[in-house]
Design a protein around this ligand. Structure first.
Ligand SMILES: C[S@@+](CC[C@H](N)C(=O)[O-])C[C@H]1O[C@@H](n2cnc3c(N)ncnc32)[C@H](O)[C@@H]1O
Length: 235
């Protein structure tokens, strides 16, 4: 991969990967400790982190550049949009979603990542036999995600990866130090009806409004110049 921070200049153009190499993706990768360690240990695989917070993207990029990792990149973009529009079809062998924001209040549940739209886009991007690994400290969200997958015939539940200390993420380390429970699960993509994804509709509450930070839009497009500066080490 040429740049550590990927730029999206055309919101309809798919990101380019070396399709001869496997791809692993982490959604909401934070400052990227887990993925950077995997990239260092697996030089023949490509890795992509997706994270919407600029400070965490900066820290992720800094980590990768310091370790001279050339097989990893980070994208500052909303994950559902990225999965829906920007990733190659049936190419990722693993997708990791660790400690996604649980949005515990009922009125905020629509902000949660897992739901029918994400599952449809996730399946489209995973290779058949590819896996999603999920972990959370939030029991109710865990059960909701379990329900979501159990009603979906394109996924089969499998044994989740082991969680020795080397794979702990920043949030996991913190939760464990406070004695909080960790729930984890994994699912495998099965062969199924490969129909095209319906275009995404932005819910009215997520429409851009003056003074309100956009949640769903490809905000890194407007800020691509800043991303370019960061990758050049100018910020
Ligand atoms: C609770 S943190 C966990 C970070 C990391 N996975 C860890 O375990 O240390 C959730 C992260 O996901 C990011 N995030 C949440 N929703 C996202 C979305 N829809 N698209 C991209 N990033 C998202 C947040 O900015 C935040 O950094």
């Amino acid at each position: 991969m040429k740049e550590t921070i990927l730029k999206v200049t055309d919101p309809c153009k798919k990101l380019e990967f070396d399709l001869s190499k496997p791809l692993e993706i982490e959604v909401g990768c934070g400052s990227g400790g887990f993925l950077a360690r995997r990239a260092a240990a697996n030089p023949d695989c490509e890795f992509l982190g997706i994270e919407r917070m600029l400070g965490r993207v900066r820290s992720f990029a800094h980590k990768c550049q310091k370790a001279h990792l050339s097989n990893i990149a980070v994208l500052r973009l909303e994950a559902l949009y990225t999965f829906h529009y920007l990733l190659p079809e049936h190419h990722a062998r693993k997708v990791y979603v660790f400690f996604p924001d649980p949005w515990p209040k009922k009125k905020h549940h629509s902000h949660r990542l897992f739901g029918p739209l994400f599952l449809a886009a996730l399946w489209k991007r995973l290779e058949i036999g590819g896996r999603i690994e999920f972990a959370t400290d939030h029991r109710e969200y865990f059960e909701t995600v379990e329900e979501c997958f159990s009603g979906n015939e394109k996924f089969r539940r499998v044994e989740p990866m082991a969680r020795p200390e080397e794979v702990w993420t920043e949030f996991e380390r913190d939760f464990r130090s406070k004695g909080m429970p960790i729930y984890s699960a994994a699912w495998e993509a099965l062969a199924g009806d490969d129909k095209a994804l319906e275009p995404l509709k932005i819910p009215p509450e997520a429409e851009p409004r003056e003074g309100v930070k956009r949640r769903y839009i490809a905000f890194d497009i407007a800020e691509s110049q800043e991303a370019e500066n960061i990758s050049k080490g100018e910020c």
